[in-house]
Design a protein around this ligand. Structure first.
Ligand code: GLC
Length: 552
């Protein structure tokens, strides 16, 4: 039996790791102020260990005014005092490392917070000052902004300051874009990468990695002119080839550590250009968001897998798989909606470019059970693929998107900047339920910063821990089994004779069959190792179910 043990031993952890994304403000609240914190993560190290993940990726926990859930960073080398201290961070890191769990932190280099010391100094120093050079300030045209560009979160991308100049913000007003042509900007991020690497973090997730460098030569093009330009590496704003000069320097930093620090790019770029980010000379790995944009559909899943395995080969990296994260509608909910791209109230789910960003809406039409059943099947399919799998906190509970958040409680700038038209991303960021009771379902002792619905009780960790059929129990069994079956980064497809059933085999005899259709499918074997839903009828794989077989 070809288990490719040799190849497996050579693999660095990140190639086929399972990385669990923690959204720190909504994971666990140790000090009872309604906001999750670093000590909260430390208190759940046993939970993460029992779940069986290889690494934890923490979304930003740095000082922030929370204009964009922490992605507006005021100080890259500290912990938000509401979330703890650097000492708490060190303690958390040590506790995770003691369990063999790696730690990945989020770096947000496209923009700072407007509270960042540099931006405050830029405002104070005035037009033409060296302080303004670290950002992108321009004079307007009369009373109008320098160009008609739109921010990713809706509304204009330029904001006027008191002396009449304007600054560029591709995201929220409170997130001024940095000027990556400035040597001090470059040097400062190298210092940040060293700061966290010296503390012992294992890797970095790079936020909007495709937007740092810009060609701001004048005259500035209009929005429609920019939109019409090809994204071939020379586009003035997006996915420029010269961004890899930044990452080549970062690579030298990563490689100066033993073991080398890792990085994964969040880059929403044309597929063919993803390998540039994933290559060994650049960041080394890149997210592929194709699965989270696919419907629960065999044909779509198969081509996503095929394409991305080829792209991974082209980059020399491994592929990454993601079904849910802090920016998209949770997959249990996506799969339980009658029209995959519609909210239950009939509104289309809005996207930024190719990104899902909307959430919410009352949900009379949401079929929760179907959504969860499909989510379990999709997860079991994903976890068997060659490459790394990224999980988002709460998906292991089968959690749904929280649709019923009152406008007054919403936090996401996309909601406000679209005048409430886009529900935003709060629905997947609601604090986790740890117990079926208490003021915040065990999240903390004094409420939760986003309101938790009553139905969270059914999904509480303690409830699911006591139920061997729960989604949590499935994730635990699957992750343990995955560890024992993990093998070379290859798969081969097996013919099924049906368009709605996928069957693949990994080296060593790990076989996976998913029935995306409505009709049961005859099982090829009768020794299932794990199934995403009960195999009620002997010899048949029911609808919306994945099964693994472990050896020939
Ligand atoms: C990334 C993050 C998202 C954030 C944006 C701006 O897309 O995932 O949450 O709002 O960057 O930093």
């Amino acid at each position: 039996m070809d288990k490719n043990v040799g190849e497996e031993q050579e693999q660095p952890w990140w190639r086929q790791g399972v990385v669990y994304q923690v959204y720190p403000r909504s994971f666990a609240d140790a000090n009872g102020d309604g906001l999750g914190d670093i000590a909260g993560v430390t208190s759940k190290v046993g939970y993460l260990d029992a779940l069986g993940v290889d690494a934890v990726w923490l979304s930003p926990f740095y000082p922030s005014e929370l204009a964009d859930g922490g992605y507006d960073v005021a100080d890259y080398r500290d912990v938000d005092p509401r979330l703890g201290t650097l000492a708490d961070f060190d303690q958390m890191l040590a506790a995770l490392h003691a369990r063999g769990i790696k730690v990945v932190v989020d770096i947000v280099p496209n923009h700072t917070s407007d509270r960042h010391e540099w931006f405050q100094r830029a405002l104070a120093a005035g037009r033409g000052s060296p302080e303004r050079e670290r950002y992108i300030f321009r004079d307007g045209v009369g009373d109008q902004p320098p160009a008609d560009w739109e921010s990713m979160f809706g509304g204009p991308a330029w904001q006027r300051v008191s002396d009449g100049q304007w600054y560029l913000h591709n995201f929220a007003v409170e997130q001024p874009d940095l000027n990556w042509s400035h040597p001090e900007v470059r040097a400062d991020f190298v210092a940040t990468l060293r700061f966290w690497s010296d503390r012992g973090v294992d890797g970095f997730r790079i936020d909007v990695a495709h937007m740092l460098t810009k060609d701001m030569s004048e005259p500035l093009l209009s929005r429609s002119e920019l939109d019409a330009l090809p994204r071939d590496g020379l586009h003035p704003m997006i996915d420029r080839d010269d961004v890899h000069e930044v990452y080549a320097e970062w690579r030298r930093v990563f490689d100066s550590y033993d073991p080398p620090r890792t990085a994964v790019a969040e880059a929403w770029v044309d597929k063919a250009r993803v390998p540039l980010y994933a290559s060994r000379d650049s960041l080394g790995q890149a997210f592929n968001f194709d699965l989270l944009q696919a419907d629960f559909d065999a044909g779509q899943f198969r081509s996503v897998v095929q394409d991305n395995l080829e792209l991974a080969r082209a980059s020399g990296s491994s592929s990454t798989w993601v079904l849910s994260n802090h920016d998209v509608v949770r997959h249990a909910t996506r799969y339980g909606l009658p029209h995959p791209e519609r909210l239950p109230n009939g509104d289309p789910v809005r996207k930024h470019g190719t990104e899902w960003v909307a959430s919410g809406g009352v949900s009379p039409e949401l079929d929760r059970a179907l959504g969860e059943r499909r989510a379990r099947a999709a997860t079991l399919f994903m976890l068997a693929l060659p490459g790394a799998s990224y999980l988002y906190q709460g998906e292991e509970l089968g959690l749904h998107e929280v649709a019923e958040i009152d406008a007054s409680a919403r936090q996401d700038p996309t909601f406000f900047r679209s005048g409430g038209e886009d529900f935003g991303r709060d629905g997947c960021r609601v604090p986790l339920p740890w117990r079926p009771d208490g003021t915040s379902f065990g999240f903390g002792t004094d409420g939760a910063h986003l309101p938790q619905p009553a139905w969270f009780a059914d999904y509480a960790v303690s409830v699911e821990e006591a139920d061997p059929r729960s989604t949590l129990a499935l994730y635990r069994r699957a992750l343990a089994l995955r560890r024992s079956l993990q093998t070379a980064e290859r798969l081969e497809w097996v013919q099924t004779g049906r368009d709605d059933v996928l069957h693949f085999r990994r080296p060593g005899g790990w076989e996976v069959v998913t029935n995306f259709g409505a009709e049961p499918y005859p099982l090829p074997r009768n020794d299932a190792a794990i199934a995403s839903s009960p195999l009620d009828e002997a010899g048949l794989l029911p609808r919306d179910t994945t099964v693994w077989f472990s050896a020939v």
